[in-house]
Structures are given as structure tokens and as C-alpha cells.
Design a protein around this ligand. Sequence first.
Ligand code: NAD
Ligand code: MN
Length: 356
Amino acid sequence: MTHYDIAVIPGDGIGPEVVEAALSVLNECEARYGLKLNYTFYDFSADLYRRTGRKITAADMDEIGQKDAVLFGAMGLPDVRGPEGLELGAQVEMRAHYGLFSSLRPVRLFEGVESPVKAKDIDMLVIRETSEGMFAGLADHHEPSDESASDRMTITRATCEKLFDVAFSQARARRKRGTPGHVTLLHKSNALRSNVLMEKVFDEVAAKSPDVGSAKYYIDAGSMYMVTDPERYDVVVSENIFGDIVSEIAAGLVGGLGVAPSADVSLTHGVFQPSHGSAPDIAGQGVANPAAMILSAAMMLEWLGERRGDDLCTQIAQNIQIAVESALATGPLARDLGGPAGTQEVLDTVVKALPA
Ligand code: NAD
Ligand code: MN
């Protein structure tokens, strides 16, 4: 029987609520399909830091990194900050520690969900670089000052090559959805030196992948197209902060963060979490939409299945996808999508829709 060790970090706010829902779906999959998951829970959160001063350490991350994958809820509370004034975020530290250079953020307009724009066929994968870019200087020494502060954007050839290889191979893999296979780079090479290098490496990788179409837009115009003509995008790839913003614009086109999953991956490690944060505005009310977290758990099984050549795991990932699609199509929808359902009702609908 397939057996995987999973580190679970529920985190803050709605993190634990949506993680609990995703674990219920996975438990049901274990019972029905013969998958075996072993969980180790880790209590890293802004709340823990506030109460005890304890935060995730390199040793913790080394231990967690021994597991087959990490399932992560959301971490951070706007009023809990470290000495430099930045929020706590184990997800950001894990990206740096494990070199998780690509955050895969699929965005799809599901049947039953209304888009705020006119487009009907929104189905794209936003790939946000997550190890450097505008976050490159997070560990830099910085003198505290009330007069001036700066951050550093650094782009390296090595990360770009890996990132764009992922983008082009994802575009190939997505052809089974009927897409021709296409990658768009969103960048700012008209004004940022780092982005000149990024564009140059993109051109090199694109030239080696003539079977996959490609395009490049400046991030500003590309963001407008995201809203005016999202159907032009298949795989979209960008730098860390641009990718963060654009992936959430894209999520907004398909109903919002409640249906936007993600997978932060390197060639060896994977952290699977919704694109959303801890949503303190709705935490504790039982109304968080668990779909993004459940879809992130499906991405985890898809990744494990592909890496281990485990077809059962791949099939179970698809079954979860099918169940979420069905739950959205039939409703009842969660509050963020304009429906009356709370977390539990959405979860029950998903579990009922799991294929036999
Ligand atoms: P957020 O993603 O938590 O929430 C943005 C908006 O989307 C809110 O209105 C929220 O109610 C809504 N929303 C998010 N997820 C939802 C869900 N599953 N169902 C229904 N509605 C949902 O972003 P924010 O409010 O800007 O940040 C809150 C905290 O989360 C901050 O401390 C921030 O630093 C942190 N954060 C963490 C992560 C992460 O853990 N990866 C990512 C982003 C933000
Ligand atoms: Mn974000």
C-alpha cells in the first residue's frame, strides 16, 4: 500500500479550519482508495510566536524536510511582527530554506462560479518565482531607520533556467486540457536590470522549446490583459512579487482566493498551501471556503504520484479535483462565492462527490 509521511502546519486564522477540512477529505480517500498517509503536526504560527517567542528554526525545517511533503494552512497575523517590523511567515522561511523556487498557482473558472469579468474560459497556471526576485534581500543586514529603507531584487541565471524549464514543461503537460501549450513571461525589463537578465534567459529557454508558444509582456500591460482578456493566458511566469500580485488578480477572476490552490516546489521538496493567507476577518466563524486548501492537498498527491511513479496517488488527486468541481457545480457555494454554505457544508458536499 502506498504510504507517505506528511508534515502538517495548520498555522493561524482560517489555516487550521481549512487544514482540518482537507484532512477530512484525505481521511476519506484513505478509507476508500487504500492510500496511507502518516501525519506529523507542527505548531508554527504567529500566535505561538506572540505567546512564547518561539518561531521555526533551521533545525525544525531540516526535520520537516525529511517528510515526503508539507501541507500548510496559512500563517501570519498583521499585528504580530518580528524586530524588523516584518510579519512572521514560516512559508517564506521554508521557501528560502528548501530553495522552493516555483509556486505553481493554477487558476480556473469552475462551472457554478461567476467571474467578475466577461471571459468564460479562464484556465491558467501562474508560476510565481519564490526564492529570490524582490524577496532576495530578506536576510540582508539592514540598519533600522525612520528615514529610508530598501529591499533588494536579485535575479539569477540558475534560478531562471530552472523556473522557465518548469514553465515550459508545465505548458506541455497542460496540453491534455486541450491547450496548445503556451508560456507568457510578465516582467519589467524596460526599467529593472534584474529583469533584463530574466528576459534574456527566458528567450534562451523559449528558443530551446520551439514546440511551445511564448509571449512576453511588461508586467503593467500584462496585468491589464489579465482583466481585459484573461483567455489569452495559459502558463504565466513571473518574478516573486509580480507573481504574487498577478496570481491574486488571476484568483479574483475566478471567484477569489477561496478557490485558488498552490504548490511551492523545488526539484526535491514541496509545500502545498492555498494561495490565501490567514483571513483574520473571517477566522473562527466557520465560513472559510476550504476548496483552495482541498485542491492544494490534491496538488500534493499529484506531485507525490508523479515523483514516485505512483498511479494510485495520481488517480486519487484527480478524484479530489473531480469532487471539488462537482461540489462547486452543484453548490451550495461558500460565502465568498455568494452562497450560503459554511466550511462544513462545503466539505460535506466535496466528500459526497468523491468518485466511488
Ligand atoms: P488573506 O488571503 O488572508 O485574505 C484576503 C481576503 O480574502 C480576505 O477578505 C479574506 O476573508 C478572503 N479569503 C481568503 N481566504 C479565504 C477563504 N478560504 N475563504 C473565504 N474568503 C477567503 O490576505 P490578508 O488579509 O491580506 O492577510 C491576512 C494575513 O495572512 C496576514 O497576516 C498576511 O501576512 C498573511 N498571509 C499569509 C500567507 C501564507 O500563509 N502563505 C499568504 C498571504 C497572506
Ligand atoms: Mn499572496
